[in-house]
Design a binder for this molecule. Structure first.
Ligand SMILES: *[C@@H]1O[C@H](CO)[C@@H](O)[C@H](O)[C@H]1NC(C)=O
Length: 254
């Protein structure tokens, strides 16, 4: 009780002293000018501050979104990995089989101008798992057949394989939520023409893929010689690096 009554009295005293000191020296000037400034400019100043803060925050958000997107988009082309699925129908060779699905991993290296494709073991057989490199700088394609542990080199066919930038643009759109449109399959036949002894001339990426593996050169086979297939052993690899699927059949002498 005693403490409560004493505190207001002691608190009021210095306030009164301060008021008296201020009033005595400037007197009329302070009484006229202070109320005008404190009542009107104070709320507008607060509005300005709040408005400025809102503008600043919006600017910060817009700037950070822009910087993030710019950074994200410009970083992606350096080294892009995609996991892709495509549904296709083989209306010529397997019309009754209906829809089939193919899955693969695609690595696109824009700076080095090559594509690397990994085809896993397919769910329903008929095709070998493989690692494929399309080297646009050298104009070469290498198929590493994982089941056979053999490498096959051929000329890059640019009508079948999309260049890295175009393939990247195609797959970026797929990654953003749309599937590759349902497509068809093309069959090509390759025949082994001979052994490759030196991998050095094939560039660093194919060299790395085929290093210490039996490596053969391939030639595209014209359809006139199809009858001879019985005396040869053929394996096929299904892959896609375009809007359609390609089955590359590789035949070797038994
Ligand atoms: C590339 O593939 C297409 C379609 O299969 C074929 O018509 C063309 O002859 C091939 N080009 C070369 C150089 O092998």
């Amino acid at each position: 009780m005693v403490k409560i009554t004493f505190q207001p009295v002691s608190a009021q005293k210095p306030e009164k002293d301060n008021d008296e000191d201020k009033i005595v020296i400037p007197q009329a000037h302070e009484h006229l000018t202070l109320p005008v400034r404190s009542k009107r400019p104070f709320p507008t100043g607060l509005f300005c501050l709040a408005f400025g803060l809102v503008i600043f925050m919006l600017g910060l958000i817009v700037a950070s979104v822009y910087v993030y997107r710019h950074y994200f988009i410009s970083q992606m082309p350096e080294d892009s990995l995609f996991h892709c699925r495509v549904v296709y129908e083989d209306s010529v060779f397997a019309p009754l089989r209906g829809r089939q699905e193919l899955e693969e991993n695609v690595g696109i290296y824009l700076e080095d101008n090559y594509e690397q494709i990994s085809v896993p073991v397919p769910h329903f057989g008929g095709s070998d798992p493989a690692d494929i490199i399309h080297d646009f700088h050298r104009g070469l394609t290498a198929y590493y057949d994982i089941a056979l542990d053999k490498c096959y080199i051929t000329e890059l066919n640019t009508t079948l394989v999309m260049p890295p930038r175009s393939l990247w643009e195609l797959l970026i759109n797929v990654k953003r939520g749309t599937y590759l449109p349902q497509t068809y399959i093309i069959h090509e036949e390759m025949v082994v023409t001979g052994r490759v002894r030196s991998l050095r001339s094939l560039g660093p990426y194919i060299h790395r893929l085929c290093f210490s593996k039996e490596t053969y050169r391939l030639r595209r086979r014209s359809h006139r010689r199809v009858e001879r297939r019985e005396t040869q052993k053929c394996h096929s690899i299904r892959h896609f690096e375009n809007t359609f699927v390609v089955e590359t059949q590789i035949c070797d002498r038994m």
